[in-house]
Design a protein around this ligand. Structure first.
Ligand code: CTP
Length: 418
């Protein structure tokens, strides 16, 4: 995605360099436009070196195309002005177009975000506040300045928001969070098949839709995705490495082979719990009643938990038809995962093979209900909760009043990585 960072002239201009880096870390392409005042604070070369692109400093720059302000206005998918001085806010509010940034601002249909930075009196001045109100009403997003010591020696509001916070606001504005950039997410999906003979198998109704939606969502949020899938009629999501398997054993092998690469493992697959002890080499004939002897398969999720590396998040799924919360929590304890996504598969409507689902995201201390919604949307909600497991509050486990949790806590390694 493409972002234009407008830098106007203030002490905080140097912080725009950090903003450019933060946006690039999210795999965004960044152009920088500087006002004349801004180049008195920071050299355009700084931004050129960081962004890898020529920095636009003037409407009359002969190097650019004759209509560069229009080209840039059409190119960009988000305009963020950081720092935004009182002067630039006033110009934006009143439609003044007397340099590249202000002209481009009028010419673009892309969303606009401003990160004001100025002296506290200038910030509190009714003219500035009125201009901000005009901009807000027009749909411009404002990321409020913080309070503290200001460069002018005064104390109060006016300090530009931190570059990381501005970058996050830009991503939200774009509707594209890249909060999984740098992560590798291993996802299992679909059902497995256990052969009875050359033409028959024991399988289940899992379609793979939930796992594929998770893979697609994780990829869209910047993760490297390894999707290990049982047989599925779905087209593999683009940008994901898909490993096709058939049996529970093959799925186990593929997961164990690749799990060390992953920072997050999500086991959405419906894995067979039993496999036939004998697989007939020839097609079984109808000779009257038939009794199958079945042997349990390995529990892949439990094995992944045993072999996890520090910081790795492991999320299971649970398909239940009754006593959802109780069974889900018991499964969470038994398996030792960080969380379990509990699925009600008793009805026909949502769940297995459906495009929608309603689930409960269960951790030791929380149960987050996610009402029925399309699986792709649900995938994002689940990823949000998975990421929130990294927040320190999750380390505080409510052990007092829960049976068996002490044992669980011993088996469980901390999930904090930073
Ligand atoms: N799972 C697994 N290996 C198995 C069976 C299940 O890794 N052999 C994983 C699934 O991918 C899922 C979780 O364990 O993330 C729970 O699956 P589920 O079928 O609901 O539970 P089971 O462990 O099979 O328990 P039960 O069938 O008794 O409810």
């Amino acid at each position: 995605m493409r972002v234009t960072v407008g830098v106007s002239g203030g002490i905080a201009s140097y912080k725009a360099a950090e903003l450019v880096r933060a946006l690039q870390r999210q795999a965004l392409e960044v152009h920088v436009v500087m006002t004349e005042a801004a180049i008195r604070f920071v050299q355009p070369l700084t931004f050129q070196a960081l962004s890898g692109n020529r920095v636009i400093t003037s409407l009359w720059d002969q190097q650019g195309a004759p209509m560069e302000h229009i080209d840039e206005a059409l190119w960009t998918e988000a305009l963020v002005v950081a720092p935004a001085t009182a002067n630039i806010l006033a110009k934006f509010a009143h439609g003044i177009a007397d340099d590249f940034l202000t002209t481009m601002h009028l010419a673009t249909r892309a969303p606009v975000l401003v990160a004001p930075a100025m002296n506290v009196n200038m910030w509190e001045h009714p003219a500035t506040q009125t201009n901000l109100e005009i901009l807000r009403q027009r749909g411009v997003r404002v990321i409020e300045p913080g309070s503290g010591d200001l460069a002018c020696g005064m104390v109060g509001a006016g300090r530009m928001a931190e570059p990381d916070a501005i970058a996050e606001a830009v991503l939200n504005m774009l509707g594209h969070r890249h909060d999984l950039a740098g992560e590798t997410v291993l996802i299992t999906a679909g059902g497995t098949r256990e052969a009875l003979d050359p033409v028959r198998f024991l399988g289940n109704r899992s379609s793979g839709k939930m796992g594929y939606a998770l893979a697609d969502a994780a990829h869209a949020r910047g993760a490297k995705v390894i999707l290990i899938s049982g047989p599925s009629a779905l087209y593999p999501p683009s940008g994901c490495e898909t490993v096709q398997v058939t049996t529970a054993d093959q799925m186990r092998e593929a997961v164990l082979n690749r799990m060390d690469e992953a920072s997050i493992v999500v086991k959405a697959a419906a894995v067979a719990d039993y496999r036939p002890v004998v697989v007939s080499e020839q097609k079984l004939k109808r000779t009257g009643p038939l009794t199958l002897e079945l042997a349990p398969t390995e529990d892949i999720l439990a094995e992944v938990v045993r072999r996890r590396h520090p910081g790795q998040l492991i999320i299971g799924f649970a398909a239940e038809t009754e006593n959802l919360a109780e069974n889900g929590r018991a499964k969470l304890l038994r398996k030792g995962a960080d969380a379990i996504v509990v699925n009600d598969v008793s009805g026909d409507h949502a769940g297995i093979d459906s495009d929608v689902n309603a689930v409960t995201f269960l951790t030791l201390s929380t149960a987050i209900e996610m009402p029925e919604m399309p699986k792709r949307k649900l995938a994002d909600r689940i990823l949000d909760e998975i990421l929130s497991l990294r927040r320190p509050k999750q380390m505080v486990m409510e052990l007092e009043d829960s049976n068996g949790l002490e044992e669980f806590a011993v088996r469980r390694r901390p999930v904090i990585v930073e």
